[in-house]
Design a protein around this ligand. Structure first.
Ligand SMILES: [Zn+2]
Length: 1096
């Protein structure tokens, strides 16, 4: 394909450009925005001294924040509408037959070696903490063997795998503990040789270390005698054709063609090497060879290290020893390295297929043609050209998309482009939107679609000349021709029933049954709403929100309130026929806050009094949602219901539920029923809500089982959120609840949305995960979508991809803004395609993989036994790593576990998913908790799943008090806790302050204002406000952690050796868990075993 899908032209964004002259809003004008501009256009163009002068064709619309919706008074009738976006020619991609799939001349079939060694991506140095332990050194040795064996500039001899040089350096590898466990103590090779040579080595370092490394094990006799690791069953060497001899005897890498390695030592090895080899071989064959026996099933409680030591196989069983945790890949180190290496420079999106910095790294993004990673993150940025390759690697191809992601203040929100009455320019065949990858031809009169190759005419009003490179001369004047993300104003064709929408409405629906009143919830909530209503979402620039509000209270019956501004007092209307819900009033139910303020305030004052003496304990639920949805329907608008609910809805009504909780089902084939809704009524209701653009946010305050799995169906399918406050008490929980409520009410939401992901020919979006509804296989329907919600999309091949043109994604979200404006937000992302598996493995992102895998597994529990789901994950992970080992890593001892650099944390993170509450619950985890977490994870972005599955553990007194930065985290393991220190642990939902028993008295005094450890109140949730540096620092840190998360984390103070410590230890995810989850070390050994089994 002759389209410019490669790196989009990189405009000199940092330089003054006379472009965007058409953005004539004063707020955009004249911003010298080359550094951290605060206004959109300044940032985009750099210093632009005057782009408000004239208007470029077609780009004359106001930015999102500064203009009222056009003709927004037109009401959109309810019901299913034909969306303009998808109504016409619902073709995802053009017929593939029309696409010319040319082989890139330089590309080679998989299996050959490129003529020039691929330069490794900058790999992260991996100092596994000083000083290196023996295990660590072994790991380094292993890594060096790989690096050395395939050094840069190797001649392209027919090795069966690609680009070995770069791969080698990209391998984090570490030893098979059992391999070395049988050597006698006291014969360690000099450790110094391994100093500084790290598991992950940059290519240029591979050669020199190699030499010294090889000398070590050979000349020193048995290698790594002090390596202490458990034996693994089946951990023998793969056979006589080991790479070990090759490594040992390999000459300088420049002289060693890879082919030689495959067949044995090239030339006579030095005597002392060969003299060592027989013994080495003997060890393999004698001790380990036969050990590849039946594998214990992981599903049974994972035995842990000691069990390995007693596996049959070694003739002389050794005392069990543990693999040194310092020798295995550390999440903390990887995070730290990425921060150091990539945190200082902005991530510029102009180059196709770039892997962004990790989500744990703070970085700025400059949009130069591809969507920011804040909007889209992929499991891999270099995807296999063929489905065969993809199947071989088993690496899921998925994108985690957050279409309305909030950006840091330094970055620019997508510009809004208005093409007037003609609407956004699209491909006639596949309906893709104009984007930087479209290729203009024939002097600019036509353009070829980068997704389906269709040739389209350029409408006269959009015509522009091309420069000598074939690029439109106005390319940088137009966001849709130069940026990865932008918005189009939608025309009436994109609105339901061809009418522009009304502004949305919020309806607050408050449970006033006995429990809600008694806990103080109703009073607290009503008091809060009085002020919160002043902070409804607005589009920037407008003085007040366009959103109207309404109020309902309920127990077994519903009470509607007329809060019309002309009334002196609110009026209540009771609807007791919950079986056939209707809205008893139209006029006066949904009102403007400022107009009706007096009446609303009066109502909120009266509600707690009206129900103060209620004895009603029963509630309904489905009729409440039904009522809210009907009210929106009657008002012909989209909107959001805020439900505050306390109990299982057992009152006689549609959607009535019974208590079906049964913990005995755990670990049985019926466990899945605990996650399934107990009635289909809520799916039906949700479908109606989606059709109306009615999003439901549910705040639950249960004292016992309320069946979250069923109650969360409607929020889940309408793009809403669920919050749960078990055993709510005002004094303990109000801060958390109010904080969540404020954030939820104020956040910007897109309503009545439809999302479509288009792809270039060759791949196709096939599966979707998140909080939404789908009535067909392509359109993700979201009654509401906020800036926290993600949709994870999986892709599969339907044709061959092309290395030259790469693969393109375009996510289009049609939605109604908070002010009622209909818009299209477009995100584009270009990925590389590869014919070498090594390129896939070099460009993966493990955090995103885990996000996908967790969502995949959490959906799987709806239909399969939890054990099956866990086994599936393990198998897939093993296949991924085995494929790498087989095809990409250099030949080496089968006893070594070799992980791709980008995936070296896959085992530890996967283990965290496997032992999470949903997949392996402890005794203290309730059915509702599991359903709740399952639902939460479904919409999480990559940063959220990362910290949720691997919590952050921060020591508080190690770093200087005056240090303004966050203290460096430590690994989530009890071993890392010092009883003389204090730690914060957070996972995005929970926050603990752990106090060691030997912490200094001065620290105790400074933080808790008591004189000794024993006087600290266990379970404390608020630290006293004290005027000393430590107290200020810790409280400041807690505030900062909370600010980073989308939900308020309530603090729990835990004392060492206290009962509550059990709760805390649950989050030390590298350790063995009480529910039977494996420790990281044990799981890694298990993973290794699985990989070996696949390879054998
Ligand atoms: Zn097309």
């Amino acid at each position: 394909m002759n389209v410019n899908q490669s790196a989009p032209p990189v405009p000199p964004f940092g330089q003054p450009q006379p472009v965007y002259q058409g953005y004539h809003q004063s707020s955009y004008g004249g911003q010298p925005g080359s550094t951290a501009p605060t206004t959109p256009y300044g940032a985009y163009n750099g210093p632009v001294p005057g782009y408000q002068q004239t208007s470029p064709p077609g780009v004359s619309r106001a930015p999102p924040s500064s203009e009222a919706p056009p003709a927004s008074t037109a009401q959109a009738p309810c019901g299913q509408a034909a969306y303009g976006q998808f109504g016409q020619g619902d073709v995802q991609n053009g017929p593939s037959s029309t696409v010319q799939m040319q082989r890139f001349p330089g590309s080679q079939p998989f299996g050959s070696v490129p003529l020039t060694p691929v330069v490794s991506q900058p790999t992260v140095l991996q100092p596994y903490g000083p000083p290196p332990t023996s295990a660590q050194v072994t790991a380094q040795l292993a890594g060096m063997q790989i690096s050395g064996a395939v050094a840069p500039a190797l001649p392209p001899v027919g090795l069966g795998y690609g680009s070995p040089a770069s791969l080698a350096s990209a391998s984090g590898s570490f030893p098979n503990p059992g391999l070395y466990g049988s050597y006698p103590q006291g014969q360690a090779p000099p450790l110094s040789q391994a100093q500084g040579h790290l598991g992950a080595q940059p290519p240029q370092r591979s050669a020199p270390p190699q030499a010294s490394t090889f000398t070590s094990p050979a000349s020193g006799g048995p290698r790594m005698p002090s390596m202490t690791g458990p034996f693994l069953p089946g951990q023998g060497f793969g056979g006589p054709s080991l790479s070990q001899p090759n490594h040992v005897s390999s000459p300088p890498p420049q002289a060693l063609p890879p082919g030689t390695q495959m067949t044995g030592p090239p030339g006579p090895p030095p005597p002392m090497h060969s003299s060592q080899q027989p013994g080495y071989q003997l060890q393999q064959n004698g001790s380990f060879g036969p050990a590849r026996g039946p594998q214990p099933n992981y599903g049974s409680p994972y035995p842990g290290a000691p069990t390995f030591g007693s596996q049959p196989g070694p003739p002389q069983p050794l005392p069990p020893k543990r693999l040194d945790p310092d020798a295995i890949p550390s999440p903390i180190q990887v995070i730290e390295d990425d921060r150091n290496n990539r945190g200082s420079e902005p991530f510029v999106t102009g180059v196709r297929g770039q892997v962004p910095p990790l989500v744990t790294t703070n970085f700025l993004v400059k949009d130069q043609g591809n969507a920011s990673p804040r909007y889209i993150r992929c499991t891999s940025y270099n995807i296999p050209c063929t489905s065969d390759m993809a199947k071989q690697a088993q690496v899921p191809l998925a994108a985690v998309i957050k279409p309305l992601a909030r950006l840091p203040p330094e970055e620019v929100s997508p510009y809004v482009v208005d093409h007037g009455e003609s609407g956004p320019l699209r491909c006639n065949r596949c309906k893709a939107y104009m984007c930087p990858f479209m290729q203009f031809i024939e002097g600019g009169r036509r353009f070829q679609c980068c997704f389906c190759s269709c040739i389209n005419d350029v409408p006269p009003q959009y015509f522009q000349h091309l420069d000598h490179t074939g690029k439109r001369v106005d390319a940088y004047d137009r966001p849709e021709l130069s940026l990865g993300s932008y918005e189009f104003l939608a025309t009436v064709d994109y609105c339901k029933n061809n009418k522009f929408p009304s502004p949305p409405a919020f309806i607050f629906m408050i449970d006033v049954s006995y429990n809600a009143i008694r806990s103080g919830l109703v009073r607290l909530l009503c008091e809060e709403l009085k002020s919160l209503l002043d902070f409804l979402p607005r589009e920037g620039g407008t003085e007040e929100s366009a959103i109207r509000v309404g109020f309902v209270t309920y127990n077994k019956v519903l009470h509607f309130y007329n809060v019309k501004s002309s009334l002196a007092q609110p009026q209540m209307m009771v609807v007791s026929d919950v079986a056939d819900m209707f809205v008893p009033l139209l006029d006066g139910f949904l009102v403007n806050v400022s107009e009706s303020r007096a009446v609303i305030t009066s109502l909120l004052d009266q509600i707690p009094e009206m129900f103060a003496d209620t004895r009603e304990t029963e509630t309904v639920f489905a009729p409440v949602i039904q009522a809210g949805m009907e009210a929106l329907k009657a008002a012909e608008c989209a909107g959001k219901l805020f439900l505050f609910h306390t109990s299982l809805p057992i009152a006689e009504a549609p959607g009535k539920l019974k208590n079906r909780d049964d913990r005995k089902l755990i670990n049985t084939d019926k466990e899945k029923t605990l996650f399934q809704p107990q009635t289909g009524a809520y799916q039906t209701l949700a479908k109606e809500c989606v059709a109306q653009g009615c999003c439901v946010d549910l705040f639950l305050f249960p004292n016992q089982y309320v069946d979250v799995a069923t109650l969360s169906v409607v929020p889940q399918l309408t793009g809403g959120s669920v919050y749960k406050y078990a055993c709510f008490q005002v004094e303990n929980d109000q801060e958390r609840f109010l904080s969540d409520l404020r954030r939820d009410v104020q956040k910007v939401v897109g309503f009545d949305a439809v999302m479509r992901v288009r792809t270039s020919t060759g791949i196709r979006a096939v599966d979707f995960f998140g909080a939404f509804y789908m009535s067909n296989t392509t359109d993700v329907e979201l009654a509401g979508l906020d800036g926290d919600k993600t949709v994870t999309v999986e892709f599969k091949h339907d044709d061959r991809l092309n290395e030259e043109s790469g693969a393109l994604l375009q996510c289009a979200l049609l939605y109604t803004s908070c002010a009622g404006q209909r818009r299209l937000r477009i995100h584009n992302l270009a990925l590389n395609c590869c014919t070498q598996l090594a390129d896939l493995y070099r460009n993966c992102e493990t955090d995103t993989l885990i996000n996908y895998m967790a969502k995949f597994a959490y959906r799987g529990v709806l239909n399969s036994p939890v054990k099956t789901v866990r086994d599936t994950l393990i198998t897939q992970c093993a296949q991924i790593l085995a494929c790498y080992r087989k095809n990409c890593a250099s030949p080496s001892s089968a006893g070594q576990l070799i992980l791709p650099e980008c995936m070296k944390l896959l085992p530890v993170y996967l283990n965290c998913v496997l032992k999470s509450d949903v997949l392996q619950p402890g005794a203290e985890v309730t059915t509702d908790d599991r359903a709740y977490v399952r639902q939460l994870v479904t919409s999480m972005d990559v940063a959220e799943t990362n910290v949720f599955f691997y919590p952050r553990l921060l020591p508080l007194t190690k770093s200087p008090i005056e240090s303004a930065t966050e203290p460096p985290a430590v690994r989530a393991s009890e071993e890392r806790l010092s009883n003389g220190d204090i730690y914060l642990l957070e996972n995005g939902l929970n926050l603990f302050l752990w106090v060691g028993a030997s912490v200094q008295q001065g620290v105790v005094q400074s933080l808790f204002n008591v004189s000794s450890f024993s006087q600290i109140t266990s379970g404390l949730s608020v630290l006293p406000v004290l005027d000393n540096p430590l107290s200020k620092k810790v409280r400041g840190l807690i505030d900062s952690l909370r600010a980073q998360r989308s939900r308020y984390m309530k603090l729990i103070v835990v004392k060492q050796e206290d009962k509550l410590e059990m709760l805390f230890k649950h989050f030390l995810v590298e350790d063995k868990s009480l529910s039977g989850g494996a420790s990281y070390v044990d799981f890694l050994c298990h993973m290794h075993k699985e990989i070996r089994q696949l390879l054998s």
